[in-house]
Design a protein around this ligand. Structure first.
Ligand code: ZN
Length: 104
């Protein structure tokens, strides 16, 4: 995060702030291992820590949501609340609903 103002400019700083607020609201903490960035394709600002069930993102339109990336197929699942995502992640353990259907 040393290049904070090099990586985040203009409205992206506001998006980062929204992400940090969502993280606080979810009862999570950021530390030196937490990563953040701007998705060059979507324009979304994201913050992620390996201790979390997924990442938080703020879109161009300032929608804040949580993203669970399936380790199995790479599919991304979006959730409004961290708790809902955490529940989803624990339900499938390293998979997603889609993978489970294929395996079942
Ligand atoms: Zn999957």
């Amino acid at each position: 995060m040393t290049d904070l103002f090099e990586n985040f400019q203009g409205a992206d700083i506001d998006r980062l702030t929204d992400c940090l607020q969502a993280i606080r609201k979810a009862g999570l903490k950021v530390d030196r291992h937490t990563m953040a960035g701007v998705n060059q394709n979507s324009g979304n600002v994201w913050v992620w820590s390996e201790d979390w069930a997924g990442a938080v993102a703020c879109s161009i339109g300032f929608d804040v949501f949580w993203v669970y990336s399936c380790p199995e197929c790479g599919e991304e699942w979006e959730f409004e609340e961290y708790a809902t995502m955490e529940q989803y992640a624990s339900q499938f353990e390293g998979q997603c609903g889609q993978c489970e259907e294929v395996t079942a």
